[in-house]
Ligand binder design. Structure first.
Ligand SMILES: [Zn+2]
Length: 253
């Protein structure tokens, strides 16, 4: 019961407010236009100054059904305003695969692996917006982290086709599509070879644990609550979880 009560307090906006009260947010990356990835967007922008906003250029129509939705129409409308550039003092960017720039994401170690224009077209035509999710690889202190949003199997296979295996190799993976079975690309997993996979999945929701556990250590938020991973100076990776086996101290992988 205690575990459940604590888990209910994992509101990311509160977390950011409480842990970084006096800091602005340099960059917010919206992986794709699904509501579970932008819930609370308006509140966060009200509370924090956010300098750069990234989104994939797409024309998803208003999903509607707001009366019975878990999500707030205000967040959808705020996203539309951001896209139009009508929110003041926010720099709105839509970089795609392999885009470079003088400032600042290359210097920050961010490499954009997906989407490209072709995947955006496939997503628009099929109305399956997971095909256009950002897939980003971040390198920090020589350690690579793969952030996959809700990228589909097709998008991940496309990434595998376009990069060498050693380019994709990453120590830490955030599982695509909340770890769901139909977001699994074995080729992608074998190229990334994660040592640690974090799966962001709600309590009561299943994910493909059987597949992920064949590829390094797997920690799901469903079981472990918040998962924190740190990369320290000596290229070492340490982590701790909110609940269970790894909750009492930092563990190396
Ligand atoms: Zn999602």
């Amino acid at each position: 019961m205690e575990r459940l009560q604590k888990a209910n307090h994992n509101n990311p906006t509160d977390y950011i407010q409480n842990n970084f009260p006096n800091e602005e947010i340099f960059r917010f990356i919206l992986t794709h236009p699904d509501m579970d990835h932008m819930s609370g967007l308006k509140t966060l922008f009200d509370k924090k100054y956010i300098r750069n906003f990234w989104h994939v250029p797409e024309n998803k129509p208003n999903p509607g059904g707001w009366e019975n939705s878990l999500y707030d129409k205000t967040d959808w409308e705020f996203y539309q305003s951001l896209k139009k550039g009508s929110i003041k003092n926010v720099n709105v960017l839509s970089p795609l695969r392999n885009t470079n720039a003088d400032c600042c994401w290359v210097q920050d170690g961010i490499k954009i692996l997906s989407p490209n224009k072709e995947l955006i077209k496939i997503a628009e035509e099929s109305k399956e917006y997971d095909h256009l999710s950002y897939v980003l690889q971040i390198t920090y202190n020589g350690v690579r982290v793969m952030l996959t949003g809700d990228a589909s199997k097709q998008a991940l296979d496309d990434v595998v086709k376009n990069y060498e295996e050693n380019e994709l190799r990453s120590s830490i993976l955030l599982a695509p599509g909340h770890g769901s079975k139909n977001h699994i690309s074995i080729d992608f997993l074998e190229a990334v070879k994660p040592r640690l996979t974090v799966v962001s999945v709600a309590e009561g929701v299943d994910y493909d644990r059987d597949t992920y556990k064949k590829h390094g250590l797997v920690l799901s938020t469903k079981y472990y609550g918040n998962v924190k991973v740190r990369i320290n100076e000596e290229e070492k990776i340490i982590f701790r979880t909110e609940f269970w086996d790894y909750s009492n101290k930092w563990y190396p992988i």
